[in-house]
Design a protein. Structure first.
Length: 131
């Protein structure tokens, strides 16, 4: 219910989704998708200790590791958003969706997000997994 209300409130303000924080005030997920950020060549994603550790999330993490990309699961605070270069969502409906902005913070829709999206779509549409 909370996610539905947050998504409607975001839509009323012209956004496609809402960023959800956990009970500690840490970045958790979007309303129906997991979230990743790129910084200095590594993917950072919240530790799934109070939200769903999605199948798509795990699949994309595997694809990233196959490419030699470091995955850092950790607490992410909203104040850190300005330091990230790219952002994308993962989920059954979202698949791999690049994010260009969250509120006042802008992100590049860059090669890493687009390459992981391509790799994921190739995998789920019958392609082989690298590595």
């Amino acid at each position: 219910m909370i996610c539905t209300m947050a998504k409607h409130a975001a839509a009323d303000r012209g956004y496609g989704d809402a960023l959800m924080l956990d009970w500690r005030g840490q970045v958790a997920e979007a309303t129906g998708a997991n979230i990743f950020f790129l910084k200095d060549g590594a993917l950072h994603t919240p530790t799934p200790d109070c939200f769903l550790d999605g199948i798509t999330r795990r699949t994309v993490m595997g694809l990233a590791r196959d490419k030699g990309i470091e995955i850092v699961e950790r607490a992410i605070w909203p104040e850190e958003l300005e330091s990230f270069e790219q952002c994308f969502l993962t989920g059954t409906a979202a698949e791999v969706t690049p994010v260009s902005e969250i509120g006042p913070w802008s992100f590049e829709v860059g090669d890493m997000s687009l390459d992981l999206r391509k790799d994921y779509l190739n995998l789920v549409n019958g392609g082989a997994r690298a590595g």
